[in-house]
Design a protein around this ligand. Sequence first.
Ligand SMILES: *Cc1c(COP(=O)(O)O)cnc(C)c1O
Length: 360
Amino acid sequence: MSRVYNFSAGPAVLPEEVLKEAADEMMDYKGSGMSVMEMSHRSKVYDDIIKTAEKDLRDLMNIPDNYKVLFLQGGASQQFAMIPMNLMKNKVADYIVTGQWAKKAWQEASKFGKANKIASSEDKTFSYIPDCSDLPISDDADYVYICENNTIYGTKYKELPNTKGKTLVADVSSCFLSEPVDVSKYGIIYGGVQKNIGPAGVVIVIIREDLITEDVLPGTPTMLQYKTHADAESLYNTPPAYGIYICGKVFQWLKKMGGLEAMKQKNEEKAKILYDFLDSSKLFKGTVVPKDRSLMNVPFVTGDADMDAKFVKEASAAGFVNLKGHRTVGGMRASIYNAMPKEGVEKLVEFMKKFEEENA
Ligand SMILES: *Cc1c(COP(=O)(O)O)cnc(C)c1O
């Protein structure tokens, strides 16, 4: 067996320990005589799996009791519609557009009501986070929406926007569980799990209870109502059962690693290694305003598309894979999620130094 260093933005690297455990349990989960993939989601065994997963997530994030945790399907993208369908009582919402994912969410919300773009960083290719201390928040806005970590552009809010009392909704797909958060500052905090937690197909929605109502937009399908899933404790229909099981294992791994405070420290150390190198390099440079740099997604360029392609090719041959930047921005991007070991980042930087010397 040989494993590479996988810098993919998602689906992304998972802890080896988790993969090994899942492999060990594949044929016979804890004496049940079957794989988790084969068991009823209504069985006692599975009930333990999903309940433990929820409890561990609540512990890790310190989720207040007045929030529900929902394990849903449809990826993060389905939330782009589900959020306005459930929350747009006044049919008005304010969106801060800091990248492709926020833009898609904003465009989708426009189908359901008045979605205002109240700030954007598109003027500089989304390379920074706009000042959100005094935005023109609409008086009748049902919520204010952000994408907290911009997977493609590598920016992250270091401070949440001043929503002037309005409910904050955040897509945290690519920074989920990378550091402690104060859940009580959000109405909804959600993310697809394939970036930092588990297999694609599961989306975790943490939602304040007062936002879960029957008062949704007319025609909202049963499956797209938060209330449906909250009432059924994520078991209204067959959930993405195996994916949730893997998420649960990652939660346990995170607890063992010391929780989110410890992850934050580790992630800061890892990101620093890469950013320090980028800041000192003559060949490579980061593309993001330093104060808004993400700990998870690190885009960089040489300034020469042919050189970028050469780097990506040689890095891949050396076992550092998926370093090609998003198709819309080019260059490179190293995603260094929780499960990327520090050693992976150190070795990548060594490789970059060598490449720089060879191509001086
Ligand atoms: C990947 C990503 C998405 C889309 O996730 P899907 O599960 O593919 O729908 C949305 N938002 C962010 C921030 C992402 O990184």
